[in-house]
Design a protein around this ligand. Sequence first.
Ligand SMILES: *Cc1c(COP(=O)(O)O)cnc(C)c1O
Length: 374
Amino acid sequence: MKYNFLDLAKANEPYMQELQEAACNVIKSGRYLHGEQTNLLEQEIAGLCEAKYCVAVSNGLDALRLILRAYIELGVLHTDDHVIVPANTYVASVLAISDNGMTPCLCDARPDTMNMDTSLIENLMTPAVKAIMPVHLYGTPCWDEQLITIAKRYDLKIIEDNAQAIGAKASTPGINGTYTTGGLGHASAISFYPTKNLGALGDAGAVVTNDEELAKTVQAIANYGSDRRYHNIYLGLNCRIDEIQAAMLRVKLRYLNVENMRRSDAALAYDSCITNPLVTKPNIFDDMLQIWHQYVIRVKNRDAMRAYLEKNGVGTDIHYATPPHRQPCYRRFQSYRLPVTNAIADEAISLPIGHPITASEAREIANIINGFKG
Ligand SMILES: *Cc1c(COP(=O)(O)O)cnc(C)c1O
């Protein structure tokens, strides 16, 4: 394959020496959990998201689960509540809701952003809905006046799934007046899964919030439910982050802006060079900052395009061929009317945008795409 969809070894190669040194320092410190690296990472991530508190945890799904669980412990949410979540998302967003005994209410997507269509939220409202989980899919913020207005009117908690959009900026300010994703709503979850824009060398995630009580509760639940040593106030879990992963992430965090800019250059190159009328390109919005976790085109004859690209040395992927409501575990949602989500699932192709794709390689790939005749 001339243009790999993603080559993680190559993506991490430029940081090899710094990663090795950072890992070495953790090994020598003898402190492998709850140490300095975790504390510093938490401060840095809170700062990046323009929020007050960050609790680094085991992974992105746990971060989402912990937010909901903490709200339940605090009596703010309850296990039989309903939570609005986009149908076009990775299944983990929905699993976090189910895991807490809550009911996911799937909201269809908008064709232009591929994110949750906030104009449909009102139709989904029932007295059982107590929270909403916007997902900033593919690195495009899902945030507008309509979402804020409905959340205020119905007193909903807004929990951002920021797994794919660390460092992105919305066009409308969040409830605290800031613009960076992860600090827009009441709480947010980040994933540091290795393929994400800020990827660890294993599993890691974080909860971000301006709510001190929520942060403390998440911290306690993630550590056996203990507020202090050998004192368990909740039926807790073990969802901690490793010091080694925190150290790896602190190295890579220094290069996140450079990485996001490289992705943006590649996205702009795709946007200006792909001219094939059979291809619908993702929208670039002037009033927000998208961080291009994925560059997702839509093609009616998807399988033929993928086979053609494969034959011409371009690796691709699909996010997501089987959306949550078509998964066997969510059989009960399979008959839902979700036309935009279904169309995206049938037509989407993710082009290479993670390492090692440069803008000039994106132009070469665009030329190959333009040669596709259908
Ligand atoms: C990756 C991802 C998650 C889950 O994060 P993990 O760290 O893999 O548990 C949740 N939601 C979305 C939208 C994701 O892309």
